[in-house]
Design a protein around this ligand. Sequence first.
Ligand SMILES: *[C@@H]1O[C@H](CO)[C@@H](O)[C@H](O)[C@H]1NC(C)=O
Ligand SMILES: *[C@@H]1O[C@H](CO)[C@@H](O)[C@H](O)[C@H]1NC(C)=O
Ligand SMILES: *[C@@H]1O[C@H](CO)[C@@H](O)[C@H](O)[C@H]1NC(C)=O
Ligand SMILES: *[C@@H]1O[C@H](CO)[C@@H](O)[C@H](O)[C@H]1NC(C)=O
Ligand SMILES: *[C@@H]1O[C@H](CO)[C@@H](O)[C@H](O)[C@H]1NC(C)=O
Ligand SMILES: *[C@@H]1O[C@H](CO)[C@@H](O)[C@H](O)[C@H]1NC(C)=O
Length: 792
Amino acid sequence: MGEKHRRQIGQWRCVTVTLLLVCSVLVIAIMAVAIIKNRYLDERSARLCGDEDSVIDISEPEYPSVFHDLTSTEIRGLRRYLYSEAAKDLRLVKANLTSMGKSFIYTADIHLTDKIKVLFHTEMGGERPPREAKVIIFRGDARPPTVEEYIVGPLPAPSYHRLLKVENRPNPIPNAVKPYSLTELDATIGVKHLEKLDSDLAEILLESYDASFTNCKKKCLTLKFVPLSAEMDESQSRRLLFQAFYDIKHYSLYPVDLMVLFKSNETDASVYYIDRLFYGNQEFKSVDDLQDKYIEGSIKKSSISYPSLTASSKPSGDKPLTKEARRRHPRLVEPDGKRYKISHRKVDYMQWQFDFRLSPFTGPALFDIHLKKERHAYEVSLQEIAAFYYASNEGAKTSAFIHGSVLLGTHAKPLIPGADCPETATFINSTFMVEKSDDPFVAHRSMCIFEQYTGTPLRRHMAYATAEGGFYEGMADSSLVVRTILSIANNDYIIDYIFHQNGILETKVTSTGFLHGSYHHNNRFGHRLRDDLVGNLNHRLFNFKVDLDVFGTSNRYQTLDILSKKAGSKKNKFTQQVYRYDLKQTESESGYIYNYDRPKYHLFYNNKMKDKFFNPRAMRLYIQSMSNLRLPDDDKTSLPWAQHQITVTQYKPTEEFSSSPYAQFDGENPVVNFTQYSADNENLIDKDLVIWITVGMYHIPHTEDIPLTSTVDKQSTFYIIPFNYFPRDPSVDSQDGIRVQYNNSQNPADGVLIESHEELPGHRCITTPFNLTALTDNPDGLLQSKTKWSVL
Ligand SMILES: *[C@@H]1O[C@H](CO)[C@@H](O)[C@H](O)[C@H]1NC(C)=O
Ligand SMILES: *[C@@H]1O[C@H](CO)[C@@H](O)[C@H](O)[C@H]1NC(C)=O
Ligand SMILES: *[C@@H]1O[C@H](CO)[C@@H](O)[C@H](O)[C@H]1NC(C)=O
Ligand SMILES: *[C@@H]1O[C@H](CO)[C@@H](O)[C@H](O)[C@H]1NC(C)=O
Ligand SMILES: *[C@@H]1O[C@H](CO)[C@@H](O)[C@H](O)[C@H]1NC(C)=O
Ligand SMILES: *[C@@H]1O[C@H](CO)[C@@H](O)[C@H](O)[C@H]1NC(C)=O
């Protein structure tokens, strides 16, 4: 071979290698284009998660349903009527600083019509009963001053009002027991009185606390309502007790040892004066009395320094976070859109349908609850929340905050997506009629509704051997939650109604917020959490109303009492557990106090509705958190609804609530006398039954309650559970189940068959980055705390 030939071969090699290289680059380029194009196509076909086909209409309806809260149109119509000629007998003025001695509107709620009329409308297609409001009016112009409740209708353009008269209750309601109002707070701890306190007690306040109430620049004190101690609660006159705190964030962690008791003139509601003071754990007849003794030097002087630190929940920043700890927390995704529908206040979820509302008086409530098209509950609603505190303080030894008297529902403050409820939740506004505004007040995001995935199976089994069939069967517990969080002074109460796919309705109360402390004075009632702060022992109680209608309104209440029985022969003795039926005949038999030694199932059923084995198709009530207010019957702080965990009564339109907005002050002579509900001892056999349920929790505060109390260990729950009601677990109809089995259990190598609800083609969804910026357009709507319409 010649030199030329070799050179030619070399050239060809070069060309080939180059061509090969070019080809590879082209192939790679084509692949890259294909991948990018594909991804682009994918992103175009993918939708935003949860964004599609959802049927959510939460607007205010023109024709509200029987259960709907007062709409803004109705509130406007109501006010127009009440200030018109037609209602001039009420002599109403618009509430302002000077109204205590006049007649003014406190608040209003929908007045639900008698259940029989409602059912005639909802079940039999009868006409919708007229909508009516219940309006509370403070009659400071009456001698003596009183409180009156009026029924006003028909909404939205009322033409009549009548005084609400209820048997067995004080009528009219005495002024001494009225709930607190903004107008009254102005009349007591308004600037005028605070300036007077400052000028009378200037020296004492500065020397003792290094602060004052007014003109205080950075070092300020504030007065907050505290209930009267049971010991002091003896008179029928209007009295309000206030405790002083440093006016900073988490104020109730910074108490000082000063309390002021205001009293109102029994004939003139506009006159308030200081009746007593408590300073340094000593009692004084008047401001002058305190001043004289202080100057004399005959009393122990307090010395509390202005707090240097405010409790904060910011990370302390001691150590840099790890890479993992800096990542965002897991989120909920609704890949195919929402699985529930909302039409105004009616919700449709899987086999559930129900109405919900937020009553300004009693808070969140459910109505007309249907399970598989059958109504099994007419109403499930919160009734009252009470927080008992015990301390060695003069003035606040045993105080019970009965929160209904600040109107529970109006304390549903805005819920923050991503923390209070998942970002996927539907947020609902509520509308209230309030004391000092002509316009309806809109509480932003006061409720949320969402479907949650708990990460726990609702049921599951893994057969451990092929001889057992070699299968897996399970289902995620996805459930629908209706949530409200009531922020009442330092307390936050999360109220959840949870609808499970197996027909169980769960009601859960969770307590959080910050502590209500007292100033440290050798306190036996709590741990010292800081030099000057004691977190006092407290006890929270919650009362709920459950109006069950198991296959109609003719129901029975029966317990299955589990007990031990000796069995066997003389030689071979053993113990068996058996249960006995106990059918409750009358109301007085129904009062239930939990007894660990006597386990019971509580069943409610219609005796005519049996399954094919003659078992009554029942609903079972299961209370998971027993907490009892174990006080002697003659104790003043006891609340009648808290004496039993379960009380069952016959439905009566006049026995609508277990408590009232007057309960903070009416202990001796209750406006709503719950004891009376069962005192007539009516028959419970085949009657329309209402169950009153009390749950609660104790809390002995500890340092980790600072800055805020944890939710994890402060939950109280009860369940309404189908019990022989369905022939099998109704969740088997759910698409969420997963089943895995061998094709041939004799030969695993033949593979497995998986049955599950898989992603449908073309249903890819992408999540959007979530942040709260969208809510910052309206800062007042985000926090809604500047709006001074609420008392606490
Ligand atoms: C709820 O209130 C907010 C703030 O006023 C408002 O932007 C939103 O439109 C309201 N939502 C409904 C459904 O009315
Ligand atoms: C307060 O209301 C009264 C009517 O009760 C009215 O005469 C007075 O002008 C009002 N005061 C203020 C400051 O609005
Ligand atoms: C209460 O008010 C009435 C009428 O204004 C007055 O005559 C009476 O002296 C007052 N009573 C007290 C204890 O202030
Ligand atoms: C409340 O009802 C009970 C039972 O009927 C009765 O003994 C009591 O006197 C009533 N209380 C009032 C203030 O009417
Ligand atoms: C097991 O059965 C399923 C459904 O009949 C079938 O799709 C699958 O191919 C089978 N697996 C094997 C390994 O045969
Ligand atoms: C937050 O979300 C809004 C849209 O809601 C968006 O415009 C903004 O860029 C986001 N901010 C951040 C920091 O992601």
